[in-house]
Write a new protein. Sequence first.
Length: 484
Amino acid sequence: MIQFGIRKKITYGFYLLLTIMVGATILTYGIINQIEEKVAFVEIIEDFFNATLEVRRFEKNYFLYRQEKDFHENQLYWQKLKDLFDNKSTVLGEIVSQADLARLSGTIDSYQRSMQQLHVCVNEQPKDAHWSLDRETESARQADLEAQVRETGQRLTAFAEQTRLAEKEEIRRKLKTTREVLVVTCLSLFVSVMFIAAFLGRKVVSSLKILEGHTKIISQGDFVEIAVHDSEHEIRSLLTAFNRMSKELQTRQQQLVQSEKLAALGTLLSGVAHELNNPLSNISTSAQILAEEIEEGDIEFKKSLIGQIEGQADKARDIVRTLLEFSRIREFSKQRLRLRKLIDDTIPLIRGQVPSEVEIAIEIPDDLDLFADKQRIQQVFLNLIKNGVDAIGRQGHIWISARATERGDSKGEVEIMIEDDGPGIDPDEVKKIFDPFFTTKDVGKGSGLGLFVVHDIVDWHGGTINVDSRPDVGTTFTIWLPGE
């Protein structure tokens, strides 16, 4: 079975509409030409009819008054009638048959003969003594001639009247046909357009609806692939291109998040190194003391030194493990997390970047759970805490708090607040704070992607983030994440 794409269907649809329009135009044009011809015929018949009426009018006057001028007027209009017939006989031949045309010619000539005979009869004077008898005979003859003139005149009038009415009726019929053609054409165009629109729109609109639904899904961070079914070539190409774009967008977004994470990781390394110095220094000191006291017999003291070494080694191991987990590339995967422990594991990564006079206070219940991707949500906390530290400067406070809450129709949400008492953000800049590459930091001290990535990660989790900032008071970032 031949498959036609949308382009060919639209092309064939327009060809159909064009065919209907051209056909209707040609048909209407032909009918209008016929009407024009009929109008010309009617004009000729009208002239013939008017000439016949004038002939009959002076005929009646002559019958009544026997005046010579009425006869001459009658003959003058008869000649006009005769000339009109002779000049338009070809046109009249298209209206009536040749037999009717021959009869009409004979009727015109017969009328002329009868009228002239009547005129001669009226003008003759009786010449013998039998005047009274001749008078009666002459009157009878005149009556017969008058009857012949009336009869032929009536035939001329009837022919003109009937032909005129027939042609007018034909014009009305053709006008009605034209109106019907126009109505049928309009209905055909309407039905064709509706059919084409419904036929094409059903598939095109359904495909666009699919794209709209998947666009909403992708905007929530779920890069799903559209199933490409057997359909028009253009729609298949569109869906395939959309899937390719979705995959490329997912790859680019992952690269963007990873690049921002690596940038943050480079900043954190100095702090982590500082954090590692403390346990390593303690391990070194305990090892030196243990070496000095190795010959002594105080076993408990030696055990305590070994315990300190093990504890500090575990602390260093935890820091390195947290750093490795943060830097490792993983697929997006949610799991149940204890929020307090997650924050406790995150703080050491940034502790070296926090000035000694900046205090970080944590108020999170020990049993508060969060359903999230550990690595990515940890990146959110690191970026927000780091932003707060940078905003505060050398001295200030950062508060991290969380609680289970219900907001609107949502159930089981976790509300997390990260506050600082820094200088705050200008109101005009707050609305742009989550835009990519926007930063309030000095050139070279920020990429402008940190909060953009934070916003994206929160979106991936199906949560929301809000910022409230007042100049000279501080800034509060509030995150709502699903607890399940």
